[in-house]
Design a binder for this molecule. Structure first.
Ligand code: X90
Length: 274
């Protein structure tokens, strides 16, 4: 590989992915969970379920990013959306420090999270392996990012609303029995709710339909789920039926995405063919 790739833990990538992962934190008045390979996700989720006080998250700081980059001469940093987190801002500060020392750093604001970040990272790894120069890789990846998208289906938006990341009115709708909010990452990198769907089956059909509307015709798909293997499998089968050539990978949400997507939540990264 000819450049280092770093990303924050909202990407849900495992420790052995070849990417330098910088963890976010999940914080309550009593405890703090670092979203890294040492996190016991089930323990965190069951603690949060019984915990009734305040909870939130915090993003890495400039030093966390500097540590991840180390003395690598060339690095790409892929962050969670600047529309919802300070993560990208901290990475930009790290870039400024590194550039003073003669290192090249390109910060990519995903305007998204989770599985769309994984699509971007996967493509970066391919460019790196193919020996594409840093400058050309930046141009190509920015172009690629205009063709990647994120959709979601959420059963519970309590933590998003409590932390000011979605309107309480949207969260309230999802609180009704069986209602899922299906939506996408907006152009500004915020949540854009599109449909209220009753039941999982409807939600998944709506997701698949909206993916087609976005230009999906059977490219790469990454599905990250929070304790909802069943929905991930069902969506995979809907997509494979419609687009037999599509390349689907399913992963589990790590700490940060689990906190916000909550139990049952599904995040879908996709490529359009426009
Ligand atoms: O800086 C921090 O503390 C992190 C804040 C992150 C807040 C949002 C995380 C969202 C996770 C929920 C649904 C996907 C929507 C993505 C829209 C861009 C996943």
């Amino acid at each position: 590989m000819n450049y280092l790739i770093a990303a924050d833990s909202s990407s849900n990538l495992p420790a052995d992915s070849g990417v330098a992962i910088v963890p976010l934190k999940i914080i309550t008045d009593q405890r703090e969970f670092l979203d890294d390979a040492g996190l016991d996700l089930n323990e965190m989720l069951s603690y949060l379920q019984s915990y009734k006080g305040r909870s939130g998250t915090s993003c890495p700081n400039v030093n966390d990013w500097l540590e991840a980059i180390g003395d690598a001469p060339r690095s790409f940093i892929v962050t969670i959306t600047s529309g919802l987190s300070g993560c990208c801002n901290a990475a930009m500060q790290a870039k400024a420090v590194c550039e003073e020392q003669g290192q090249q750093v390109c910060v990519l604001d995903s305007l998204s999270t989770g599985p769309e970040m994984v699509l971007i990272i996967r493509r970066l790894q391919e460019l790196s392996d193919a020996g594409v120069s840093f400058e050309d890789a930046e141009a190509q990846i920015r172009q690629y990012m205009t063709h990647t998208h994120l959709m979601f289906s959420l059963e519970n938006l309590t933590n998003l609303a409590r932390n000011g990341r979605v309107s309480p009115l949207v969260a309230k709708a999802a609180g009704l029995l069986g209602i899922r909010i299906v939506g996408k990452a907006s152009d500004k990198g915020t949540l854009e709710p599109m449909h209220k769907c009753r039941g999982q089956k409807k939600a998944l059909e709506t997701l698949a339909r909206e993916m087609t509307a976005m230009g999906f015709r059977g490219g790469r798909v990454h599905i990250a789920h929070c304790s909802n293997e069943e929905a991930a499998a069902e969506l995979s089968s809907l997509l494979t039926t419609a687009y037999p050539s599509c390349d689907i990978k399913v992963e589990h949400c790590a700490g940060l995405c689990s906190f916000y997507a909550e139990k049952g939540g599904l995040l879908v990264g996709l490529e359009d063919s426009l």
